[in-house]
Design a protein around this ligand. Structure first.
Ligand code: FES
Ligand code: CO
Length: 348
């Protein structure tokens, strides 16, 4: 599936930039192949439009923000967050600005410290992360960087418990536990809820990396996949600490995703320094990144294209739900080899 060729993905929200990186200058981003520009309006709220002036097509992101409007760098036309041209320096009367002087504006709002954008009528709201509203949890911004991978591969990887033994060899994976415990899957309208245990974690790595003396290496997992490219992964440690990872793979184009990740924890800076939290999650994600960037970004929805095993069940359910979404919106899967591919039945 090539996501830029499936219009339904334009109807979901994606975090495009951390608010603390949105200064008083315009911010350029490519979302689903669409070049957009994000800036703060006069109230400090994020707004987004196409990154192309309606006059002579110059990139608006080359311009500057003036009183919450974006001013084109070429001839100074100014646009508000709704995309209307509100100032033309070459015109005397402001009410003489034709209504056709406008650029496309996109849905844009702030949540969890990020500016989220939806290119067309949202099908559902931004995912609700319960711990983000819980005062006993602190939020830590972790990563914001491009990965050469399809977002769906990363979503599947989060729920694939067969990979830590082989991939997370320096962080927590255990060679003694190649066959993971089964997960409980619950299918929701707009995602999947998964619970289970992360069985044996390598005790030596646990002591070295997490400074946990406790020899009990079993964690419980509580995970959500929110269609299409956001996951919430809650890991409950034996000592009562919970570490939640919220990761969105914001789609840049068919082969690239912006990896956006923050953590929520019910401990304090005195328990674990923020830098240590980030350093451990950095090591884990780099182990994943190396493998994931080697995978094919044209993720097939039809189960007959790749081979599967039992631990792929959550990922296959994701593919099935995305196939159903396409079908519900009158789309057929578009692949690098062309379109018109009907999804066949799941084998697991
Ligand atoms: Fe933008 Fe002329 S191209 S004002
Ligand atoms: Co991993």
């Amino acid at each position: 599936m090539l996501i830029t060729k499936q219009p339904v993905f334009r109807r979901f929200w994606y975090p495009v930039v951390p608010m603390n990186q949105l200064s008083d200058t315009p911010y350029a981003f490519t979302l689903l192949g669409e070049k957009i520009v994000v800036w703060r309006n006069a109230e400090g709220k994020p707004v987004a439009t196409e990154d192309r002036c309606c006059h002579r097509t110059a990139q608006l992101s080359l311009g500057k923000v003036v009183d919450g409007k974006i001013a084109c760098a070429y001839h100074g036309w100014q646009f508000d967050g709704c995309g209307s041209c509100v100032h033309v320096p070459q015109l005397d009367a402001p009410d003489g600005i034709p209504k056709t002087y406008r650029v496309r504006a996109f849905h844009c709002t702030e949540r969890y410290g990020y500016a989220w954008v939806c290119l067309e009528d949202p099908l559902i709201d931004i995912p609700t992360i319960p711990e983000a509203a819980d005062a006993s949890f602190r939020q830590i911004q972790e990563f914001y960087e491009p990965w050469k991978v399809a977002g769906l591969r990363v979503m599947e990887n989060e729920f694939d418990l067969a990979h830590p033994t082989f991939v997370h060899t320096t962080t927590f994976g255990s060679e003694d536990h190649p066959i993971p415990d089964a997960l409980d899957l619950e299918e929701l309208d707009w995602g999947i809820h998964v619970t289970g245990v992360l069985g044996v974690v390598n005790p030596d790595l646990q002591q070295k990396n997490l400074k946990m003396e406790n020899r009990d290496t079993v964690r419980t997992l509580d995970m959500d996949w929110y269609m299409p490219f956001t996951i919430r992964l809650r890991i409950n440690y034996p000592n009562g600490m919970s570490h939640i990872i919220v990761n969105t793979m914001t789609p840049i184009d068919d082969g690239m995703s912006q990896m956006v990740q923050f953590a929520l924890r019910n401990d304090t800076e005195a328990d674990t320094a923020t830098t240590d939290v980030i350093a451990f999650d950095r090591a884990v994600t780099l182990e994943d990144k190396r493998i994931l960037e080697s995978t094919d970004s044209d993720v097939p929805l039809r189960p007959s294209v790749e081979q599967h095993m039992m631990t792929d069940k959550p990922g296959l359910l994701m593919r099935k739900k995305i196939a159903a979404l396409l079908k519900a919106h009158g789309e057929v899967e578009q692949t690098r080899h062309g379109g018109g591919v009907e999804s066949d039945r799941l084998v697991l």
